[in-house]
Design a binder for this molecule. Structure first.
Ligand code: SF4
Ligand code: SF4
Length: 323
């Protein structure tokens, strides 16, 4: 069995706090420490702004020429649109109640992973560009200029937040760092900076309706296979209609539920429950009317996964299995 370090050894091995103020600590981007950038063709396919090739470890991230203006405008728009963001930018009292609630901070001991400081990475720029005190007093008022180093810092630390919202549960003002994280990721996207781990599943959803990119016919075959298993085990025949108009419920399931264990058991459970309740539903196995079916007809949609558009399927009335 592997030798487990003692708690005091684990504490001693943690990185120590930097001696300088956080604003003076430049973000170090090292191999193995960042998420890979989104592929250009994926960003283009999603019509994201400024798709371009870049590498986190390189000095030049090839930002658009007017990148400062883009960020200023995008942040201004979001401050106007989301009242909560404006409140989160103005109300933190540095009580520190959130500081040790973030698993990223507990794991790295990096102060910029404290939720209070993660938010401050944006708040400092907000102060300089959107508050009088920040404009007049600068660093004294906790304000700083937006630079490419700040952009790199945002990329590093706002992708070290899972948006779990644990910190917000402990904040006496309800400041939601997850919402701030989401906004900063939007700002980064305005410059063409996304990560593949997120954007490729988004692209899959856009093309196929599920993040794994399962094609409609494969989705249908998997569900039919699961129905066969249900019949083998319970003797109940279930034959769901796919992508049909006219049903009471459009059933959209997470793609993990048709991809592998244990999700498939959840999905089989849904099917059996719906059958038992006699629900009038149709599972969706494609995204939306495709370009080849511009009229959006249910026939075109159904044809995508080989289902009949004229079926009048209803749950069968097979008897319940005996206990
Ligand atoms: S929402 Fe983000 S900052 Fe807050 S605890 Fe979760 S991971 Fe940490
Ligand atoms: S708990 Fe809320 S008010 Fe206190 S430091 Fe964290 S974000 Fe600021």
């Amino acid at each position: 069995m592997a030798k487990m370090p003692k708690p005091e050894e684990m504490i001693a091995s943690r990185a120590s706090f930097p001696e300088k103020s956080w604003m003076d600590v430049k973000t170090e981007i090292k191999a193995g420490m960042y998420a890979y950038p989104a592929k250009v063709d994926i960003m283009e396919g999603l019509h994201m702004p400024h798709p371009h090739a870049w590498q986190p470890e390189e000095e030049d991230w090839h930002l658009p020429e007017n990148w400062e203006e883009i960020i200023y405008k995008a942040l201004k728009e979001r401050l106007a649109k989301h009242r909560s963001l404006k409140i989160f930018m103005d109300t933190c009292v540095r009580c520190g109640a959130c500081a040790d609630k973030c698993h990223f901070f507990l794991g790295t001991n990096d102060p910029k992973n404290m939720p209070v400081l993660r938010a401050e990475l944006l708040r400092s720029v907000y102060r300089r560009d959107f508050t009088t005190a920040g404009r007049l007093l600068g660093k004294v008022a906790g304000a700083r200029k937006l630079t490419t180093d700040v952009i790199k810092e945002w990329f590093t630390y706002f992708y070290q937040c899972t948006e779990c919202r644990r910190c917000s549960l402990f904040c006496p003002y309800g400041i939601d760092t997850a919402e701030i994280t989401a906004i900063v990721r939007e700002l980064l996207h305005e410059l063409g900076l996304g990560i593949n781990w997120i954007m490729e599943p988004v692209s899959n959803c856009n093309r196929t309706g599920n993040h794994l990119g399962i094609q409609p016919h494969a989705f249908k075959e998997i569900v039919e296979f699961l129905c066969e298993d249900i019949e083998t085990i319970t003797g109940i025949h279930i034959d769901p209609p796919f992508n049909e108009k006219g049903h009471e419920i459009l059933f959209i399931t997470p793609s993990g539920d048709v991809f592998a264990e244990p999700g498939i058991y959840t999905f089989m459970g849904y099917l059996m429950l719906f059958h038992e309740l006699g629900l009038d539903y149709t599972p969706r196995c494609t995204r939306k009317p495709s370009a080849s079916a511009p009229n959006g007809s249910s026939a075109a949609n159904a044809a995508t996964c080989g289902a009949s558009s004229t079926s009048t399927w209803r749950p069968t009335t097979a008897p319940r299995p005996k206990a």
